[in-house]
Design a protein around this ligand. Structure first.
Ligand SMILES: [Zn+2]
Length: 258
């Protein structure tokens, strides 16, 4: 059975409609993630066209507010925040299978401090995920402990919906805490770079594991760097690189447990 790519930014890749058709043809299935308003709109449009043609059968989507833009939304003085949350809710309600996210914390961006804008925006999305019964795609660069605390406070438990730790980079303590909240852990090539994370993966049952490419603009830059900028990249080239990347991640990780 082909593996599923649990996190890919379809709207950030070139010729996304043609790419969706090509991926469908190859049996490549994925969750398309949109993490800021322009990307929500783009994905919504792509979805409407591509799903009509059947190109998204077996795929899913996610809408959320990434921590990189959280602070510009959450300023108390910004009336836009509630408007954007309402828009997010409308998109989620338009697809009962859509997930929330990616949402979370990232120490490289403004509003990261405890109790800051990022935490506020993350908490609101965690609450929305619970209320609508949707899995939550979580982005974390920095404080995994704080993510766990917010999830607990919001009411996540072992039952559905699940927190999904996208591009997981935590240690054994976070795996244990996450499992107690019913979490899934999505493995990216970067996940395997850190020793503490690699070792922690042994604690995750197969049923709680996912694999991902997190493909976006930088994925295409890498593709261009490896084959040279001779022409524009084609959907076929992107599809092949996605397949190779995902296969590489899942083959380097070979769990023997159930
Ligand atoms: Zn992402």
């Amino acid at each position: 059975m082909p593996i599923f790519d649990s996190h890919l930014h379809l709207a950030r890749l070139p010729q996304p409609l043609k790419l969706a058709a090509e991926l469908h043809r190859r049996g490549y299935r994925y969750t398309a993630v949109a993490c800021e308003p322009w990307e929500w709109e783009a994905l919504d449009r792509i979805w409407a066209e591509a799903s009509g043609a059947g190109w998204l059968d077996g795929c899913g989507r996610a809408y959320g507010i990434h921590p990189m833009i959280a602070s510009e939304f959450a300023e108390a003085a910004n009336p836009n925040f509630e408007k954007k949350l309402a828009e997010l809710r409308r998109l989620l309600e338009s697809d009962p299978n859509a997930q929330v996210g990616e949402a979370g914390l990232d120490k490289r961006y403004a509003g990261y401090e405890p109790g800051g804008a990022q935490e506020d925006v993350f908490r609101r999305q965690a609450e929305m995920a619970l209320e609508l019964g949707r899995d939550l795609q979580i982005h974390c660069v920095g404080d995994y402990g704080r993510i766990i605390r917010v999830l607990r406070e919001a009411g996540f438990g072992v039952k559905r919906p699940h927190p999904i730790f996208h591009r997981f980079g935590g240690d054994a303590g976070i795996v244990k805490a996450g499992l107690s909240l019913g979490a899934l852990f999505s493995i990216h090539a970067d996940t395997l770079r850190k020793k503490a994370t690699r070792e922690a993966l042994a604690l995750i049952p197969r049923a709680n594991l996912l694999f991902e490419t997190d493909a976006d603009e930088t994925f295409i830059e890498t593709l261009v760097a490896t084959r040279g900028p001779k022409d524009d990249v084609t959907p076929q080239e992107v599809a092949v690189m996605l397949e190779e990347t995902l296969k590489e991640v899942s083959s380097r990780f070979s769990p023997a447990r159930e």
